[in-house]
Design a protein around this ligand. Sequence first.
Ligand code: UT7
Length: 333
Amino acid sequence: MKKIRAAITGINGWVPEYRLNNDELATMVDTTDEWIMQRIGIKERRILKGEGLGSSHMGANAVKGLLEKTGTSPDEIDLLINATVTPDMLFPATANIISDKVGIKNAFSFDINAACSGFLFTLEVGNKFIESGQYKKVIIIGSDKMSAITDYTDRTTCPLFGDAAAAVLLEPTNEDVGIIDHMFRVDGLGRHHLFQKAGGSVRPPTHETIDAREHFIHQDGKTVFKFAVSNMADYSVKMMTKHNIKPEELAWLVPHQANMRIIEATAKRMGIKKEQVMINIQRYGNTTTATIPLCLWEWENKLNKGDNIILAAFGGGFTWGSMYIKWAYNGKS
Ligand code: UT7
């Protein structure tokens, strides 16, 4: 009997309207458009404005559109998993709130936190549920309101991040398409270089933690940069080697969008051209769990059935890895 695989059969993204560009950032911290473009490659990022709106607002909008687009009723969904580092609240899971907002009632749902690798790790978890044969329609989401934990007085981190969500539908297939392989790793020592100091059980919120600005992202940028370049590139090259994919046989690399220089270095190590790489960092910045599905969504109508695609990520934890998928449908249709 042929192996059941999970295939992405639909994708949808959602971004807030407000655009925070580099010129506006330069009125908030001591920076310039030139520095940000040269060192990071981001022109603007979207910011979710509005009282009471968090990651579930964006995730629910992405899922609503996905259900409409794929002609799927909420009742058909068996499982919904949401990757995020900016949940609406510590508990309950943002996935449960999204399920409620879109009317999913015959399913169970939960969140996964693997920082910028969250979408990839979550996609693989969804894949395993489908491979079990017991689940037919699984939704995987990446939703992050990074503006909620970004310190807009810290010029070394505030240009990097933006808000967005994107969701995919996973369904079983017996064809030679879908999620083929994954290679993932973590190194918990990375927690000292990229983290949020307070707000968890080790340092619950107090007046002192708030005064010390400990509820924002803290990053040792240079160390993260070094690890991101070597690990994202290594794991993408390993995946190509394992599956004997030559550079010209790769339709697309979909890298996590953290820094243009990291993306370019990864593509160079893989021996592929820039035209084979999905890049939208200029317009959205680093949206953490949403970067990879947001790219797939924007490029959907250029994707063809059977396309070889490598997804690659690196993020807080540290977490990193690559996935090899064969696209399952012609995006134009
Ligand atoms: O999603 C995964 C996690 N994140 C990442 O992958 C991010 C990885 N790291 C990076 O992308 C880069 O390290 C940054 C973009 C964060 C920083 O770039 P860098 O080339 O490593 O700069 P740097 O931290 O070495 O700073 C160089 C200089 C410093 O000035 P001095 O000390 O040389 O006088 C900084 O203070 O640039 C200064 N600087 C800025 N100047 C203008 C730092 N941020 C800014 C800024 N505008 N926004």
